[in-house]
Design a protein around this ligand. Structure first.
Ligand SMILES: *Cc1c(COP(=O)(O)O)cnc(C)c1O
Length: 484
């Protein structure tokens, strides 16, 4: 074979010292990469010759790790998504933390399987889940599970809701009759629709209720729809409230929803992918009043808690119902009273995944290092920045807000006057693209009442007010260039 043929072949480094030196170099480079993020282009198109490097066939023979790293430096690092840059305001995501990176690093080195068992990693996840209970004012008796993100968290919670409220053993029997109904506003995130479809109810199993001018669910319309459905032989089972909608950051009236759920014996779920973690912010917490009354909450920790992807959390108030939905213990997973296979609460009994990554570690290390108050301050600052941006918009006659500012989300457009809706939509789309292609910033977009708008979701712990001054100046300049 080769000169190594007399050594035992494994996937460990052939030269530990050399490999360690390479890793040290990577750590140095990664710290510089993060520290200097502002100095690099937020985003750029990947050139053809680089794209071609991603199309080469399966590498059957080894190359040295230094060469692999060099390729990463040339083909991947210069073409990031941009979301760790302070001027990234598209979609909704966090910007990562170095402590989170350290946690992910050790999670991969230790490489435990969080399906269950008696080992420290399991205790770390249990502790992180208890902290999240504290954050959202849930009782200690509640149960939780770290999952890949908001989509999985909502899916898991809605599965429990369906199983509890169906009124028969739906796990054993499947759907007897397809008449179960979930309710949410028209602004509900699409992952909930997907979840209801996968739960066997079809798209029609999620009734979308109209919203008020501030994009919160219209409570009267919700009540009316429930009565109408009952009269028509349907079986309402759950209302999903949003604590921060993805379009505009609107927070539904959670107490009003909780009251309806109480009166009608429905499950109350909160999609808190954006807003639930803002319970850490003194400024936002009062707006989330009522979240503690929910039967379940979906949180996203890779959004406003800035954890490196992926980590979300599903929280269920009734741990027995949670377990009843997901627990299934075949002989090869039977527990022991002693040793590694002991312990009562295996995470695999609370979700779909058996093998699970140690995603709790980054959260545990980050919360310990920074403390929850600091994360709360970062959230409050983003909300203040949203209003700073809002003021820049309100103070300029050529700009207009398209929706009330919800949490940290600002929807607006350039409107110099005298243009049709269609012309304004084309103009604003072009402005947004030019801001992006000139690598000035990465604002997002959405369409509200047929109006295309530039949408800034300000969830970065690195962004400063000056960044918004630059954004507004650029929008005005590009807008003027385009219309003249
Ligand atoms: C992002 C988001 C989701 C989906 O979460 P993922 O982590 O992307 O799976 C669900 N609901 C809302 C309101 C969101 O903003």
């Amino acid at each position: 074979m080769n000169e190594q043929s007399n050594t035992f072949e494994t996937l460990d480094p052939q030269d530990w010292e050399q490999s360690k030196a390479l890793m040290h170099q990577m750590v140095d480079d990664a710290f510089d990469y993060t520290k200097n993020v502002r100095d690099r282009k937020i985003w750029q198109e990947i050139p053809e010759h680089i794209l071609n490097t991603f199309k080469t066939p399966l590498p059957q023979q080894p190359s040295n790790a230094e060469a692999v790293y060099k390729e990463l430096q040339e083909t991947v690092l210069p073409y990031p998504m941009g979301n760790i840059h302070p001027r990234f305001w598209a979609w909704y995501m966090g910007s990562g933390t170095i402590s989170g990176v350290m946690g992910d690093f050790w999670a991969s080195i230790l490489n435990p399987n969080l399906g269950g068992g008696n080992h420290a990693a399991h205790k770390v996840e249990e502790q992180v889940i208890s902290w999240i209970k504290e954050i959202i004012d849930f009782p200690k008796s509640a149960s939780g599970l770290l999952v890949s993100g908001g989509s999985m968290a909502n899916y898991a919670a809605l599965a429990v809701a369906r199983n509890v409220k169906a009124g028969y053993d739906i796990r054993a029997e499947g759907l007897k009759e397809n008449n179960l109904v979930f309710y949410a506003s028209t602004e509900i995130h699409s992952c909930n629709t997907k979840a209801v479809e996968l739960l066997g109810l079809g798209t029609k199993g999620l009734k979308k209720i109209k919203v008020n001018d501030d994009y919160t669910i219209n409570i009267d319309a919700l009540k009316q729809q429930i009565q109408e459905d009952k009269a028509n032989g349907l079986q309402p089972i759950c209302i999903i409230g949003s604590s921060g909608t993805v379009n505009t950051g609107a927070i539904d009236n959670l107490n009003a929803i909780a009251n309806i759920c109480k009166d009608e014996n429905l499950w109350f779920h909160v999609d808190g992918a954006i807003g639930a973690i803002a319970m850490l912010s003194d400024k936002v917490k009062p707006q989330l009043n009522g979240i503690e009354r929910a039967d379940s909450v979906a949180l996203d920790l890779h959004k406003w808690l800035h954890m490196p992807f992926e980590v979300g959390c599903v929280m269920i108030k009734d741990s027995v119902e949670h377990r009843n939905t997901f627990s299934l213990i075949p002989e090869y997973l039977a527990k022991n009273t002693r040793g590694l296979a002991s312990g009562d609460d295996w995470f695999s009994e609370y979700g779909l995944q058996l093998s699970r990554r140690f995603r709790a570690l980054k959260v545990w290390m980050s919360l310990k290092e920074h403390g929850s108050d600091r994360f709360g301050r970062m959230i409050s600052r983003n909300v203040e920045q949203a209003h700073y941006l809002g003021a820049l918009i309100n103070n300029n006659k050529d700009l207009e807000l398209i929706a009330p500012i919800g949490l940290d989300i600002v929807c607006f457009r350039y409107n110099p006057g005298g243009l049709t809706l269609e012309a304004l939509n084309i103009l604003n789309k072009e402005i947004k693209l030019q801001i992006e292609e000139r690598a000035i910033a990465l604002p997002g977009y959405t369409t509200l009442n047929n109006k295309y708008c530039i949408r800034c979701a300000i969830s970065s712990h690195r962004v400063t007010n000056e960044d918004f001054d630059v954004l507004i100046k650029s929008i005005l300049n590009i807008g003027l260039e385009l219309i003249s």
